[in-house]
Design a protein. Structure first.
Length: 256
């Protein structure tokens, strides 16, 4: 099988893909953006793509949600939630006290800000396209970065030393999904989630329909009225914990 993932090599997305059931024959290819990774599936270049869906601190990954709402339909075939841990990594021989310039993604910087302020108060944090890109830049030796904040896989990928491990200020997790072309679904596992994309034409149309049609006693089952809202032209991803609930919601939406 050929799998795409949001690159470059060494990202948390690659780590998520490698945590899924794979074989030695499977081919893993990094793509620079979520859109490029999913387009590779739509164009038949790869059989599936792993991309981030949501983070427990940063929230939903808008690039992924946007891609699910437009273009050729894809389905979520598998998902995995992995802990997000950040390490301070540098070229071999680098001393922690000598670190004055750190490269990382802004989200990682935000999640490690207290540690950096406490241990390296004089260090300047420079934004990078991703934590893996930051690690790659440090490893190249052609930049003036002394270290990078990145995931554990990045240190292994680029041959860097870990100066400090697990420097994140709080625990966080990211949900990653494997997207594939539509096909026959597998056997129910008892932990399945069903989703559907929907685009209302007018503000309040979706919530108005559901509140007028659904028995109020079922709100808890459906997620509550506060969980269903959309502006005109906005795509809505309807998610339910059972096929029965999902079918009822989709049936309501198809009446519009």
């Amino acid at each position: 099988m050929r799998y795409a993932y949001l690159g470059p090599p060494g990202t948390f997305t690659e780590a998520a893909l490698r945590s899924m059931p794979l074989t030695e024959a499977d081919e893993l290819t990094a793509f620079p953006t979520v859109s490029a990774a999913l387009d590779s599936v739509r164009e038949g270049i790869t059989d599936g793509a792993v991309v981030p869906m949501e983070n427990s601190i940063e929230g939903s990954v808008n690039a992924t949600l946007d891609e699910l709402a437009v273009g050729v339909r894809l389905v979520i075939a598998h998902e995995v939630v992995i802990p997000v841990a950040f390490d301070l990594v540098a070229r071999p021989g680098t001393d922690l006290a000598a670190v004055t310039r750190i490269a990382t993604h802004p989200h990682a910087e935000a999640q490690c800000r207290a540690w950096v302020a406490r241990h390296l108060p004089e260090a300047l944090v420079v934004p990078a396209a991703s934590t893996a890109a930051a690690a790659e830049a440090v490893a190249s030796g052609v930049t003036d970065y002394d270290a990078a904040i990145a995931g554990p896989l990045a240190a292994t990928t680029y041959g860097l030393d870990v100066l400090a491990a697990a420097i994140q200020d709080s625990d966080a997790h990211t949900r990653f999904v494997l997207l594939t072309p539509p096909g026959h679904p597998g056997k129910p596992t008892g932990h399945d989630v069903f989703g559907e994309s929907f685009r209302p034409a007018e503000a309040g149309e979706l919530i108005g329909l559901v509140t007028a049609t659904v028995d109020p006693s079922t709100w808890d089952e459906l997620g509550g009225p506060g969980s269903i809202a959309a502006a005109p032209g906005m795509d809505v991803l309807v998610v339910a914990q059972t096929a029965d609930v999902h079918a009822r919601i989709v049936d309501l939406l198809q009446r519009l």
